[in-house]
Ligand binder design. Structure first.
Ligand code: NI
Ligand code: MN
Length: 226
């Protein structure tokens, strides 16, 4: 089993055996963060783009844990020069001890000149389930795009989608994305943290359920297993 714990905003801790993967660890300054940055453990930190609500505590966590930072090479080269980073870019797939990671396009600014914003598809070998590979899509910050239809071919076990509107997809577009993607489970993220994006996830969940898309809104600190 793979445990996926929501730490708030776009930060998730994915635990598979001894492997700990953290996404966009914006904890310091997030009023709803489930943990403080000095308490979180990571072997890998995925950074979707250079905005402060995604880079967050990446540097301090990577320094303390020795985690490898994964993001587009233009982003990691600019922001994390003296830390462990994995060279990769959008469209590319990299094999890792736990499985593989692929960077997906995201329609969003990156905050770093020359770098593109990305999402990630994680393929994680579940050693507790006879080595079955579980696939998780973390969208990062993005607009709705028809290219998301391609993700249906990935047969995803889980998708995390931004729903906060204003800076990313809102509930209606995110529900359209969820329908196109057709993951076995979808979790909303990137809402409620700031007044600008203070959305109630119920609207997104209701729209998904109307299309028979399995969906769960997690409160910070809550987990699901994949
Ligand atoms: Ni952003
Ligand atoms: Mn953001």
């Amino acid at each position: 089993m793979i445990d996926v714990k929501y730490l708030g905003h776009s930060c998730f801790q994915i635990t598979a055996g001894a492997v700990r993967i953290l996404t966009d660890p914006f904890l310091t300054g997030n009023p709803y963060a489930a943990v403080t940055a000095d308490k979180v453990d990571a072997n890998y930190i995925l950074v979707s783009h250079g905005h402060s609500d995604h880079v967050g505590d990446t540097e301090s966590i990577a320094k303390r844990t020795g985690a490898t930072i994964i993001g587009s090479i233009d982003l990691t080269g600019a922001l994390f020069k003296n830390l462990n980073t994995l060279p990769c870019n959008i469209g590319g797939r990299v094999s890792l001890p736990f499985g593989a990671i692929k960077l997906t396009p995201a329609i969003h600014g990156s905050g770093v000149p020359g770098a593109l914003a990305s999402g990630f598809i994680l393929s994680i070998r579940d050693e507790e389930s006879a080595g079955i590979v579980k696939k998780i899509y973390f969208a990062g910050d993005t607009a709705l795009t028809k290219d998301m239809e391609l993700l249906a071919e990935e047969h995803l076990d889980l998708a995390m989608l931004p729903i906060g509107d204003v800076f990313t997809m809102g509930a209606a577009d995110a529900a359209r994305a969820a329908k196109m993607i057709g993951a076995a489970m979808t979790i909303p993220m990137h809402y409620h943290t700031f007044p600008f994006i203070d959305q109630d996830p119920k609207l997104f969940c209701n729209l998904c359920q109307r299309n028979s898309i399995p969906v769960t809104a997690l409160d910070p600190g809550d987990s699901i297993t994949v």
